[in-house]
Design a binder for this molecule. Structure first.
Ligand code: ADP
Ligand code: 5GP
Length: 207
């Protein structure tokens, strides 16, 4: 239903791992892509723009979207709701784009259940927990309480790293960006199940 020629690249990893920085670095070198803008109930950080970084909504609006089945997947992360809207993803896939999600481990499970044959998943992490803490403190977008929450969350998320196709350790940004670029290009080579079945049927052309 959602699959034409498009494919999916899931990026997960603790907040502060460098997912946005890495995407920014490679975005002009990975061909035609659509970066899925999630909907969230969390408050806007300084510098964030509604409709660019997220669609920021109230909990009431979010729950209405759940009821109306607007989400491909959604999850409660650090006490806030986050969700991926179906419509733009469906459009981008039908246009043959690489659809990139920045979602958590729960979202990765949901996407793999629904679109597993066209999905490549990547877990991005800084080399150590203390480096993650440094980066969150330097980024200076969250209170100490929120940072502590994110650090605790990261300890749980890292336990699920084996559920991913690839792990990118974001130590040197340039090196990590290069690895991610290669993964993004390879992700495009995934073939949907229907296409493989068609190929096999046509391939058996001798009675
Ligand atoms: P995420 O999108 O995963 O939450 P960000 O891209 O916002 O993470 O990165 C978190 C902070 O760490 C930012 O201040 C960013 O500039 C910094 N950062 C990202 N990658 C590196 C790196 N390889 N070395 C040092 N700092 C980094
Ligand atoms: P942040 O608040 O730092 O922007 O994001 C917090 C966490 O929520 C990150 O792990 C991010 O990947 C995840 N996230 C963002 N959007 C979505 C979404 O639509 N679905 C899910 N499942 N997780 C999301």
């Amino acid at each position: 239903m959602y699959k034409n020629n498009g494919v999916v690249l899931v990026l997960s990893g603790p907040s502060g791992a460098g997912k946005s920085s890495l995407i920014n670095k490679i975005k002009d070198e990975i061909g035609d892509y659509y970066f899925s803008i999630s909907t969230t109930t969390r408050g806007m950080r300084d510098g964030e723009i509604n409709g660019v970084h997220y669609h920021f909504v109230s909990e009431e609006e979010f729950k209405k979207d759940i009821e109306d089945e607007h989400f491909l997947e959604y999850a409660l992360v650090h006490g806030n709701y986050y969700g991926t809207s179906i419509k733009p993803v469906k459009e981008a896939l039908s246009e043959g784009k690489l659809v990139i999600f920045d979602i958590d481990v729960q979202g990765n499970t949901a996407i793999n259940n629904r679109l597993g044959d066209i999905t490549t998943s990547v877990f991005i992490t800084p080399p150590t927990l203390s480096e993650l803490k440094n980066r969150l403190q330097k980024r200076d977008t969250d209170s100490q309480e929120v940072i502590d929450k994110r650090i605790n969350m990261a300890k749980m998320e890292i336990q699920r790293i084996s559920e991913y196709d690839f792990v990118v350790v974001n130590d040197d940004l340039d090196v990590a960006a290069d690895v991610l670029k290669q993964i993004a290009k390879t992700a495009r080579l995934k073939i949907p199940v229907e296409k493989i079945n068609n190929f096999v049927n046509n391939w058996e052309d001798i009675n």
